[in-house]
Design a binder for this molecule. Structure first.
Ligand SMILES: *Cc1c(COP(=O)(O)O)cnc(C)c1O
Length: 352
């Protein structure tokens, strides 16, 4: 097992990234000013239509609001075109293709391994334990000096459970590389976000998204929270206008409406309880796994059969059977009350 070592970000950043001078866009140079300016610097069309200008490359208003709500500094935030872009930027900033490696803990979110393949980075898989918790010793043993990032997804997709804090802490304290905690489902969780631990762990990166609890999957807005040092490395390599104007506007509107977000989360959690109960009463459901997210993983007698039957009845769920330790499992996203009623109706009428 590795000893706790002092964390130095500099040794993790790719050499080409360290060397590069970021693209300086026209809009980087403009700063909010009290004076009315005439913008003739970016070859835009001058006729006003709401989106004829390039968006703010630093997304200042949106970051300011997120910083306020989450209790971090604006310079601890990087925004991307969905979490997917944020995760890709992490690979491109820290992982040397063909040399470095990452660690993932299957069964988990599929994008980590896709991005590893895309970036030609080795993915070392350390399976979760039978109760879907991290094998922290396994993770430490899998790591070497080329391990740049360990991806922890908590609550985890597709298993729906949160990881034990003690295990996450062990990993944070014993890895020289970065540890990403993907909190896509944190707003549905009874656990605290790891955001409050950013000061304590300089190697911690927390990724969140507006795609789930915030109901904005269509606008693509992913959020990376980390030390100012890590954020400035990522900012250096991000495409200047990666978050478009419509997304910035819509995201800001939603983020300031915390009450609206909360009331939808409450409805989803109430529906989740009903669906857990209904699933548990079905004869062909062997197990309903504990959930801390807006979906439920359930083990059935024959996932392919049940999946096809549901599809015929007009209900699309996810068959997760190909994932390790997920044989014959289906993943149900929590819908509206009406949708869930229909789902339960269909489920209770399925024949053998
Ligand atoms: C849905 C999901 C995301 C969201 O990705 P976006 O690109 O922000 O839509 C991220 N991580 C996990 C684990 C997810 O399940």
């Amino acid at each position: 097992m590795m000893k706790t070592t002092k964390f130095t970000l500099d040794s993790l950043v790719r050499v080409n990234v360290k060397r590069l001078t970021p693209y300086s866009s026209a809009r980087d140079e403009f700063k909010d000013s009290s004076q009315d300016m005439i913008f003739l610097d970016a070859n835009e069309n001058p006729f006003e239509n709401g989106v004829n200008r390039y968006p703010d490359p630093q997304q200042r208003s949106l970051k300011q609001e997120l910083a306020r709500i989450k209790g971090v500094d604006s310079n601890q935030i990087l925004l991307g075109n969905g979490s997917d872009e944020v995760l890709d930027l992490l690979f491109r900033a820290f992982c040397e293709p063909g040399v470095d490696n990452i660690i993932t803990l299957p069964p988990t979110y599929g994008m980590y391994s896709v991005l590893a393949d895309t970036n030609a980075v080795e993915n070392r898989e350390v399976l979760l334990t039978s109760d879907f918790q991290p094998d922290e010793i396994g993770v430490m043993n899998a790591a070497d000096e080329y391990t740049k990032i360990t991806f922890l997804c908590s609550p985890n997709n597709p298993t729906a459970n949160s990881f034990e804090s003690k295990k996450i802490e062990k990993i944070l304290e014993n890895t020289k590389g970065l540890v990403v905690i993907d909190e896509a489902y944190i707003d549905f969780s009874s656990q605290q976000s790891w955001l409050s631990k950013l000061q304590k762990y300089p190697n911690l990166i927390v990724v969140q998204t507006l795609s789930k609890a915030y109901g904005l999957a269509g606008i693509r807005l992913g959020i990376c929270y980390a030390s100012q040092e890590i954020i400035s490395v990522l900012t250096k390599i991000k495409p200047p206008y990666n978050v478009n104007e419509l997304t910035q506007k819509k995201a800001l509107q939603r983020v300031v409406d915390q009450k609206g977000v909360k009331s939808e989360i409450d409805l989803i959690l109430a529906e989740r309880a009903l669906l857990i109960k209904a699933l548990g009463e079905l004869p062909y459901v062997n197990k309903v796994f504990p959930t801390d997210a807006n979906f439920i993983l359930a083990e059935v007698d024959d996932a392919q059969l049940r999946y096809t039957q549901l599809l015929k009845a007009g209900v699309v769920v996810r068959n997760r059977s190909t994932q390790p330790m997920c044989t014959n499992t289906l993943r149900f996203t929590i819908g509206t009350s009406e949708e869930n009623k229909q789902l339960i109706n269909v489920l209770t009428t399925l024949k053998n």
